[in-house]
Design a protein. Structure first.
Length: 164
């Protein structure tokens, strides 16, 4: 069984938002694979889109809570928004670094997009595996958990590919 400290640091909300961020990353990367931007624009677009999605998702949640309690947005709410938005950004880091490497001339943009997609899929699988591990699941359940998240990402990529 995992220690209490680990259980407290990996909340369901963190995992949900991190997975949400990775799905956003995959959607942006799929669009880029059809119309590749220059590497620097791609890196900025990928990270910027994920940042905006993270902030607006958390902001909307906080606004909903504020309306429910009829209190204005305070400084503590702003800190809460940023802290809760951070997990969504976690998934954007690896793929963004890959696009930056393309900007530095290490690889072509199409290759960088493909590698960034692989990184995003592997990270999704890792999250699924970790979810199974935190639930104290057997190996087969951990594997299934990872594969379910891969399938969700694959469905998104498949839909976007079919529409272009």
């Amino acid at each position: 069984m995992e220690s209490k400290a680990v259980e407290q640091t990996v909340s369901g909300t963190f995992v949900a938002r991190a997975v949400y961020g990775l799905i956003t990353v995959l959607a942006v990367l799929q669009a880029m694979s059809v119309h590749p931007p220059n590497p620097w624009e791609g890196a900025i677009s990928l990270f910027g889109t994920t940042l905006v999605v993270a902030l607006i998702e958390v902001y909307a949640h906080v606004i909903g809570e504020m309306l429910g309690r009829r209190q204005p947005l305070g400084q503590q709410d702003l800190v809460h928004i940023w802290r809760d938005a951070a997990p969504v950004l976690v998934g954007a880091q690896g793929p963004t670094v890959i696009l930056v490497l393309a900007g530095l001339g290490v690889m072509s943009m199409p290759t960088a997009i493909t590698i960034a997609q692989v990184v995003a899929f592997l990270t999704l699988f890792g999250y699924g595996w970790r979810i199974g591990q935190l639930l104290d699941a057997r190996f087969s359940r951990r594997l299934l958990s990872g594969l379910v998240l891969l399938a969700i990402g694959g469905i998104l990529v498949g839909i976007k590919a079919a529409l272009h």
